[in-house]
Design a protein around this ligand. Structure first.
Ligand SMILES: Nc1ccn([C@@H]2O[C@H](COP(=O)(O)OP(=O)(O)OP(=O)(O)O)[C@@H](O)[C@H]2O)c(=O)n1
Ligand SMILES: C[C@](O)(CO)[C@H](O)COP(=O)(O)O
Length: 243
């Protein structure tokens, strides 16, 4: 294990992808000939700050994921666990398998997060105990009632779109999840669980390319962003070798 590796990661990939509408769950769709969730895992596998990864998937996908891990040499994944009916349950299942001091939770379907953004999130969490990647919203956001009438326009300066990774001192995240379970609270992200527990969660500014692959139009966008990154990497490599 690397000396600087003090972070564990839970990659949640047990969703059904109903909004994508494909027969195959979206985390296994191919981007540049590789399953989306493998792109995501490779990012954390390559980071020296990362010690161990737990992958949480649908019960029916555990063995095919174990094979995929071998095929793609993902040695940091110490367990593949069967997830729960809600994202929050899948996170809690992953959390039970980890013992380290620091843990990040990341969506398996956010394959485009950069190591720089992950590092910004980890640094903010090490300072504050809990941090999430986020970007300021670019649109004007309205609150609309059931009749389709706008009831409020919150000040955009205070609105952020929340992404993953979400990074925490493990004991805090564990206590917050236990409390949520006891109270029957289910949120859409881990920050909500920790906020509700009463702890401060800070935002670390990420970037707009860390998209969550959710609906069909996200796929060509992700392909474009990936191709663009590969091209930039190739250009840097050529410059580095003077070619
Ligand atoms: N019970 C669940 C639900 C979601 N997730 C994971 O949480 C991440 C973010 O969820 P989302 O994009 O909403 O995925 P789905 O639940 O699969 O999508 P949908 O809501 O369209 O069905 C995904 O990587 C998804 O696989 C999970 O591990 N367990
Ligand atoms: C955690 C998350 O990625 C933050 O944007 C998001 O909440 C995932 O779940 P959702 O079902 O798409 O709300």
């Amino acid at each position: 294990m690397l000396a600087g590796a003090k972070w564990d990661v839970i990659v949640v990939a047990a969703g059904r992808g109903t909004r994508m509408g494909t027969a195959e769950s979206k985390q296994y769709l191919l981007l540049q000939d590789k399953p989306i969730v493998i792109h995501t895992l490779e990012l954390f596998e390559a980071m020296e700050e990362v010690k161990e990864i737990v992958l949480v998937v649908g019960a029916q996908d555990v063995s095919r994921c174990e094979e995929l891990l071998l095929q793609h040499h993902l040695h940091k994944v110490k367990a593949v666990a069967a997830g729960g009916s809600e994202r929050q349950h899948s996170v809690r299942i992953g959390l039970e398998l980890l013992q380290g001091e620091w843990v990040m939770v990341h969506d398996g379907v956010r394959p485009l997060v950069t190591p720089e953004a992950v590092r910004a999130c980890m640094a903010a969490a090490e300072n504050a105990g809990a941090a999430v990647l986020a970007v300021p919203v670019k649109d004007t956001i309205k609150q609309v009632n059931e009749s389709g009438i706008i009831v409020a326009t919150p000040d955009r300066r205070s609105l952020w779109a929340i992404q993953t990774p979400q990074a925490f001192r493990r004991s805090l995240l564990h206590e917050a999840h236990e409390a949520a379970l006891a109270e029957g609270f289910v949120g859409t992200d881990d920050a909500m669980v920790v906020e509700r527990y009463g702890a401060a969660v800070v935002v670390a500014e990420g970037d707009y390319t860390n998209i969550k692959i959710t609906t069909p139009e996200d796929l060509p966008w992700a392909e474009f962003l990936l191709a663009n990154r590969e091209q930039q990497k190739e250009e840097r490599r050529r410059e580095g070798t003077g070619r």
